[in-house]
Write a protein of this length. Structure first.
Length: 134
């Protein structure tokens, strides 16, 4: 199994990033919606555990989402710390521009350009070994 740090290496292009975010967002959302519909708030034990269940479902998705954002910044040859811009009002519009910007054509500081891959290999970064160029 790959180390957690390996999730943050390499690059993803704009389309891979968008599909990855969708792949991470939809399954937990559907599962939580189904659970919410099946729960009766006054009588069900699951109703009291619902926030805990939601948290357990969303933690892995959150980590993988951060990984995708950082690798997207790597594609335009920027450090992953640019992700902080997403949390600053109005400046987050510049971050959105960066996410949608075309990536570097050739090799940059963070490795080779992303190859076409299946979406799960993009999300879990199981593509060929990509290490930053020193």
């Amino acid at each position: 199994m790959k180390k957690i740090q390996d999730l943050f290496l390499g690059r993803v292009n704009c389309i891979q990033w968008l599909l990855g975010i969708l792949a991470l967002s939809l399954p937990p959302s559907i599962m939580l919606a189904v659970i919410a519909q099946l729960v009766e708030p006054e009588t069900d034990v699951i109703a009291t555990a619902f926030p805990f269940i939601a948290g357990l479902l969303l933690i892995p998705a959150f980590v993988l989402s951060i990984s995708l954002h950082i690798r997207r910044m790597h594609d335009i040859n920027l450090n992953g710390f640019y992700l902080i811009l997403a949390f600053i009002p109005l400046i987050n519009l510049y971050y959105l521009y960066l996410l949608l910007k075309k990536g570097d054509e050739g090799i940059n500081t963070y490795g080779e350009p992303p190859k076409k891959s299946r979406i799960l290999s993009v999300v879990f970064n199981t593509q060929s070994e990509q290490t930053p160029i020193s």
